[in-house]
Design a protein around this ligand. Structure first.
Ligand SMILES: [Ca+2]
Ligand SMILES: [Ca+2]
Ligand SMILES: [Ca+2]
Length: 364
């Protein structure tokens, strides 16, 4: 049956050729056959496969913690405190801060690579990244997925809130390269892959190394390494929102004792505890205003404070009003410390209600 059908086709071709010849003689309004062009290929004796190549890589931070997934957001929102070096293989490619207390979730970060293969994109098998936190500790491995290549998916350097727009905005890519990736990807000359990971505030700040790799069917490997920065941040949190010494006696120092317990729910005049929710050591500073008597306007102007943490047990005494003092014992990342606060009411204070403020701050 198959042979018969071929014969019929040949006959049909012959008939068409005759028809074309006849039509070709007509003076105008001629129709041409669909053109046929030769095709050719060769497979050499040796395995002709060449290694795939990672042509560009970049990382993008999630710019909106409130929304699930990754948002690239608008120009100017990205941190540019460190001027990026020449992409694509460089240090300081991008800067990202962790979410304090990992709230509402650890900071997301998206890893991107553009790859090609001399044997065609069909030769590419797997694309991955290995991420190392400082000082050179393996953090995780992510397998990357290929994305569709069009402007709706990738955007472009001048389109805010898009992949390529954010890559350009963070200085990880020139306008020309962004346009090139979009175009070559559309032409199936490059493929673009991505995966999402996270950076917890429990991880150290500093330089993170990202090793990207790609394999092809023959097991050839292409790699590229770059570095981005996780910024060092401190986060002061306190579990109290008032310091109440209650009844005090003129001439007698009185304490509000802290503890190491995070009061839940926080708030009120609970035993004071302070916490560092950032990723780098934090120094605690505090100061007092005068406490002013409600009826007689008499002042209490001397206080002291004590901070007990893993780094030490330090009392600063006395503390005058409007003077910021800083404890020399820093709180490590995630560490909670006990804060005691005392008041020095002087002799001769009249019976009254006294009110003032204490302010507290954390600094790296
Ligand atoms: Ca190949
Ligand atoms: Ca988000
Ligand atoms: Ca407490």
């Amino acid at each position: 049956m198959k042979g018969l059908s071929i014969n019929k086709s040949l006959l049909l071709v012959g008939a068409l050729a005759g028809l074309i010849l006849a039509i070709g003689l007509l003076p105008q309004g001629t129709a041409k056959a669909d053109p046929w062009v030769p095709t050719q290929a060769n497979v050499s004796g040796a395995d002709p496969r060449n290694a795939p190549v990672i042509e560009w890589k970049w990382e993008l931070p999630d710019m909106n913690d409130a929304a699930a997934g990754i948002q690239y957001d608008s120009p100017g929102d990205h941190d540019s405190s460190v001027f990026p070096a020449t992409p694509p293989v460089s240090h300081n490619m991008m800067q990202v801060a962790p979410n304090l207390e990992d709230d509402p979730a650890p900071q997301l970060i998206e890893y991107w690579v553009a790859v090609q293969d001399p044997n065609g994109l069909g030769d590419i098998q797997t694309v991955w990244v290995n991420v190392y936190e400082p000082p050179n500790v393996f953090k995780y491995k992510l397998h990357l997925d290929r994305v569709t290549c069009n402007e709706a998916t990738l955007g472009n350097w001048n389109l805010a809130g898009t992949v390529l727009g954010a890559a350009y905005e963070t200085g990880q890519m020139t306008a020309a390269e962004a346009g090139n990736i979009l175009y070559q990807c559309n032409q199936n000359n490059k493929a673009v892959y991505h995966a999402v990971g996270d950076i917890s505030k429990h991880q150290p700040c500093g330089e993170y190394r990202v090793e990207a790799g790609v394999t092809d069917l023959a097991g050839n490997v292409g790699t590229m390494t770059n570095w981005f920065d996780v910024l060092c941040v401190v986060g002061l949190e306190i579990d109290f929102d008032a310091v109440d010494w209650g009844g005090i006696t003129p001439g007698v120092r009185d304490w509000v004792q802290g503890d190491w317990t995070w009061d839940r729910p926080p708030g009120g005049s609970v035993p004071p505890t302070v916490k560092n929710t950032g990723n780098t050591p934090m120094f605690v500073g505090l100061g007092f205003t005068e406490m002013v008597g409600y009826n007689f306007n008499q002042l209490i102007t001397v206080f002291d404070a004590r901070l007990i943490d893993l780094a030490g047990d330090v009392t600063i005494d006395p503390i005058s009003t409007w003077t910021l003092v800083t404890f020399p014992n820093p709180l490590q990342s995630n560490e909670q410390a006990k804060l005691d606060v005392s008041i020095h009411p002087q002799w001769g204070l009249p019976a009254d209600w006294y009110n003032g403020w204490m302010w507290i701050q954390g600094s790296p």
